[in-house]
Design a protein around this ligand. Structure first.
Ligand code: M6R
Length: 608
């Protein structure tokens, strides 16, 4: 949600900043801007809309310099226009600030600053930071930033430059991710490693309360009392090609097609075939500790919440521990029953989702043991949780989550297997689960090889105005996920429902205009789903069914059938979601939507 990149070194800053912004564009794309120090002062260029518009503005009116900061925005305060785009400057135009997050007391600060004579030009909360720094400035930028930050309530990841202390970038973090990139005689600041991966793999992740001061000669991390802090250097393990489209039309399609590999990566080195169990390095718990929990709470948002529902189902089935799934945004504002005998599993692709992070902190404050299921290595949730598993899906750039979802389900199945085997699950059953897991990458590949069939189906339904997705048991969450994928990228209204719940209301919507997608693999609830299909067909709905076997009872009842390979019940969502991801993708493309950057969305929701 918004992206920051900054550079100080000997090279021209503008092309580096622009390149970084393009790589961050998936985080927010309402408007963008740069501020570069060129020896005469701070030069800013801004544009509403995509980075390409900023690029055009810079081509028309170039800025040169070896030091600068840049931002791509997902609007929270004020419309996404040029005036509200970052960087924001102080009254004299000497100080420029880019900011991710929300300043909660911005109104009060603005009133106070106006009473001191400061003039505001934008509707943003960020602008107060520039004026606060101006007010505090006495020749040293980091001192002024520190003084400003003491007055701010809310969340921030910021980068600041000033023409009056002109050989440095000051960055600071509270609640919004930020890292420092260490190059050869050059330094970067970024909200996300992908912005700087073309230049360095060595990064220092900032913690909340940290400030970084970057000069051409080095960097320092200090706290809000200017005390020097030690922060370790991490190496980014992924490659540039993983954040490029690699011949695919969209990141989303590339990421869908990566799933045989990403699922394999999630399991790699974690399956113990002989013992029929899983080995989880980041658990940080003994078997005895793992058996001590009375209950499990899983908290997440969006697609990660859907994988949580699947996790709930498999955990209760195999471990018999009561599991509750909570929207992170709800969990944090009620009085949840969580204590030191609760395992709190926190699922997040980005590891930075504000609500999920806050829910995890809340659970931990109440004594729960926190366990992160996260994709982005080094992000805040894994750094703050007490244990966890990286799902190893690699960078996910498409705003619609695809490969992270399947890897989350696989990761949850590994944890379930581990706990289940410590409890009542037999070695034979454990081995069956491992066999099914090992078959998944090949089965996903078989489905992907038939993507053309789904593309043809998309052509038929691309003008639909509504869709219903129905499933039961393990595939009720798959129905929710299929509907979410479709609505977020094609803007078609879609609902996911438990198939049997349909008759308690949504059945009223069914007529010859309503496509209904049934997720109906041959699992323990298949016969029940067959009845639900008949109910829809009797009302002239168009039935699209994801099945796994020929079923005489369905003869003549399906308008369209796509068969997926068979697997054990708990893994059916991993296979069933693939045609649904493809369906959403192809419909969206055929409707002319911007699949990787759907309207109003951003990849990582780091505001409440
Ligand atoms: O990074 P997270 O997994 O915490 O993100 C949670 C949701 O914001 C995310 O899944 C969102 O719903 C996606 N756009 C779904 O495709």
């Amino acid at each position: 949600m918004c992206g920051i990149v900054g550079y100080i070194g000997d090279r021209g800053a503008t092309p580096l900043l622009l390149d970084g912004l393009k790589r961050l564009e998936y985080r927010g794309y309402d408007s963008a801007g740069v501020a570069v120090l060129n020896g005469n002062g701070v030069e800013t260029r801004k544009a509403a809309g995509k980075i390409s518009r900023l690029e055009a503005a810079l081509n028309a009116s170039p800025v040169h310099g070896n030091l600068g900061i840049a931002h791509t925005r997902w609007a929270t305060h004020g419309a996404p226009n040029e005036c509200n785009a970052h960087p924001h400057v102080d009254c004299k135009g000497n100080i420029a600030v880019v900011h991710n997050g929300i300043i909660e007391n911005s109104n009060a600060l603005k009133t106070h600053l106006e009473s001191l004579g400061h003039k505001f030009v934008s509707e943003t909360d960020t602008e107060v930071i520039a004026h606060l720094i101006e007010e505090a400035f006495d020749g040293n930028l980091e001192d002024a930033v520190i003084e400003a930050l003491w007055q701010i309530e809310g969340t921030y990841g910021i980068a600041v430059v000033s023409s009056e202390d002109s050989d440095k970038i000051v960055a600071a973090r509270k609640g919004s991710p930020l890292l420092v990139g260490l190059g050869d005689g050059e330094y970067f600041v970024a909200s996300d490693a992908s912005a700087i991966l073309a230049h360095t793999r060595e990064v220092v992740y900032l913690d909340d309360g940290d400030l970084a001061v970057l000069t051409r000669d080095g960097y320092r991390v200090i706290d809000l009392r200017a005390k020097t802090l030690e922060r370790s250097v991490h190496k980014i393990e992924w490659d540039l090609h993983q954040i490029e489209r690699g011949g695919f039309d969209h990141f989303m399609l590339k990421e869908i097609f990566e799933q045989p590999e990403t699922i394999e990566n999630c399991m790699r080195g974690r399956l113990l075939d002989e013992e029929g169990t899983a080995k989880l390095g980041g658990l940080n718990m003994t078997d005895e500790e793992l058996l001590k929990f009375d209950n499990v709470v899983i908290t997440a948002c969006g697609t990660s919440w859907h994988s949580a529902l699947i996790g709930e189902h498999m955990m209760e089935e195999l471990t018999r521990i009561p599991v509750e799934v909570e929207y992170a945004s709800e969990f944090r504002y009620r009085n949840p029953i969580v204590n030191d005998r609760t395992l709190c599993i926190v699922i997040s692709q980005s590891g930075e989702t504000a609500d999920t992070l806050a829910a995890m902190r809340e659970a931990r404050n109440r004594g729960a043991r926190t366990y992160g299921v996260v994709n982005v290595v080094g992000s805040t949730i894994p750094r703050e949780s007490q244990g966890g598993i990286y799902v190893h899906a690699g960078p996910e750039i498409g705003v619609a989550s695809t490969k992270a979802f399947t890897s989350q389900v696989v990761a949850l199945s590994l944890l379930t297997l581990k706990i289940g085997r410590l409890k009542d699950v037999s070695v034979v059953r454990g081995k069956e689960i491992i066999e099914a897991l090992r078959a998944l990458p090949g089965q996903v590949k078989q489905i992907l090889d038939r993507a053309g069939e789904i593309e043809a189906l998309a052509e038929e339904f691309k003008r639909a105005q509504n869709f219903l997705y129905l499933g039961r048991g393990y595939n009720f969450p798959t129905a929710l996920e299929g509907a979410l994928k479709l609505k977020e990228i094609s803007y078609i209204h879609a609902e996911g429902y438990p198939a049997a719940e349909m008759k308690h209301g949504p059945i009223a919507l069914i007529d010859e205009m309503m496509p209904v997608v049934f997720i109906a693999p041959h699992d323990s609830v298949f016969d029940k789903v067959v009845s639900n299909i008949q109910e829809v067909k009797a009302r002239k709905g168009h039935v699209i069914a994801i099945t796994s076997r020929e079923e005489p009872a369905l003869a003549g009842k399906l308008d369209y059938e796509f068969r997926i390979p068979e697997t054990i019940d708990m893994l059916t969502p991993v296979l069933a979601c693939i045609p649904l991801q493809l369906l959403a993708y192809y419909i969206a493309v055929k409707r002319g939507s911007n699949v990787d950057q759907p309207r109003n969305l951003a990849k990582s929701v780091t505001v409440e």
